[in-house]
Design a protein around this ligand. Structure first.
Ligand code: NAD
Length: 352
């Protein structure tokens, strides 16, 4: 059994602790949890009859832990990873891995130095219809890629931002691009290929926060295709969709639903056996916008650790996605098209 511990017992910890604590992941178990607010850790600990801690160092010194899962505020991920790495347990960190590229580099270095694996949670890559789309791309079924688009049209009222001081701040969260849409930004690049440049605009449409709640981005991919990101948390009165469309000269695929979970269109010029069943077979309705992907992601983590197999989203992959997000902010700040492989100068993201 691989022994997992959790640092940070806030909103997303419910999903992680239930998967690990209720033995939903074969070969994994939850041994302890930690939160600066001890009562939050104690609530989870009581449910699974495990130990609760207030201080992550006390937890790491007292328990035998193989993997530690960091579920703290985004702006703290780097600090927490760097202080946890010397304990020698592998690290899983929620998205976004960090806010600045400097921090991402320090996290990768700390994990490499201590000979541990770093996993960044990007559970949407494991969504059932996304896996099918990726297979079709790998088989070359789209021919030349023409365009890739993602839409995040979600509802986050002011009360969502007001529940914790870190939400929507430059230093600890960023806006819709870094938080809610970071999955979709990651998916777009993972599926379409490397990005050459971005041009973006953003605004605070409804939320009273430091960063943006609404943004549009035009992307140029290295393979010549174009892309669009439409991201907002200012949809009212409820979530509309989280979706992706990939268009090629020989095929079109659209995945919609709230959480990139429903295969809507599966059209190819050259059909293969099974194509007619794809829409019905590969659509799932998750209970919330987090989707089902966390379970598949944990199964992947266990496999990587047990068999030393290659990681789908390691520190370098997480950094790549963060580089794209930082380039988008740079374009918003400067009003200019920004090429990738750049050094951020104007991004406020992650700065105190
Ligand atoms: N993958 C997803 O779909 C998804 C969904 C939601 C949130 N997230 C990410 O998860 C992270 C947490 O989000 P949340 O909504 O659960 O936040 P939250 O504010 O509800 O919880 C964070 C918790 O971390 C605790 N904490 C901070 N520093 C600590 C430390 N040093 N030791 C122990 N505990 C500490 C805080 O007290 C708080 O309880 C964010 O980075 C967010 O982007 C990912």
């Amino acid at each position: 059994m691989i022994k997992f511990a959790i640092v940070g017992c806030g909103r997303i910890s419910k999903r992680h602790s239930e998967l690990l604590g209720e033995n939903q992941i074969s070969g994994a178990k939850l041994v302890s949890v930690c939160d600066l607010k001890l009562e939050k850790a104690e609530m989870i600990a009581k449910k699974f009859s495990i130990n609760a801690y207030e201080c992550l160092h006390d937890m790491m010194k007292s328990e035998s832990i193989d993997v530690v899962v960091i579920l703290t505020e985004s702006g703290l991920h780097a600090k927490n990873t760097i202080e946890l790495a010397p304990y020698g347990a592998h690290i899983v960190v929620e998205k976004p891995m960090a806010l600045t590229l400097d921090d991402a580099d320090k996290m990768i270095e700390a994990c490499d130095k201590n000979n541990i694996k770093l996993f960044v949670v990007k559970q949407n890559r494991f969504n059932v219809p996304v896996v099918q789309l990726r297979k079709a791309l790998d088989m070359g079924r789209f021919g030349k890629l023409i365009m890739g688009t993602v839409r995040v049209r979600w509802c986050r009222p002011q009360s969502y931002y007001d529940q914790d001081a870190w939400r929507g701040t430059w230093a600890f969260d960023g806006g819709v691009l870094t938080n809610q849409a970071s999955h979709h930004v990651d998916l777009l690049e993972w599926l379409m290929g490397d990005v050459e440049s971005v041009f973006a605009k953003s605004k605070k449409a409804l939320a009273d926060i430091e960063a943006e709640d609404t943004a549009v981005v035009i992307l140029k991919f290295r393979n010549g295709a174009l892309g669009l990101i439409e991201a907002t948390t200012a949809i009212r009165p409820k979530d509309l969709e989280g979706s992706i469309t990939i268009l090629g000269e020989e095929g079109s695929v659209e995945i919609g639903g709230f959480a990139v979970n429903e295969m809507k269109t599966w059209n190819f010029s050259k059909s293969l056996e099974g194509d007619d069943d794809v829409i019905e077979k590969y659509s799932v309705n998750p209970p919330n916008v987090y989707g089902f992907g966390h379970q598949a992601y944990y199964e992947h983590i266990v496999d990587c650790i047990k068999n030393n197999s290659s990681q789908l989203v390691d520190g370098l992959q997480g950094r790549k996605s963060l580089e794209l997000i930082n380039a988008i902010y740079e374009s918003i700040e400067t009003g200019k098209e920004v090429s990738l492989r750049f050094s951020p100068k104007h991004s406020k993201l992650g700065q105190i």
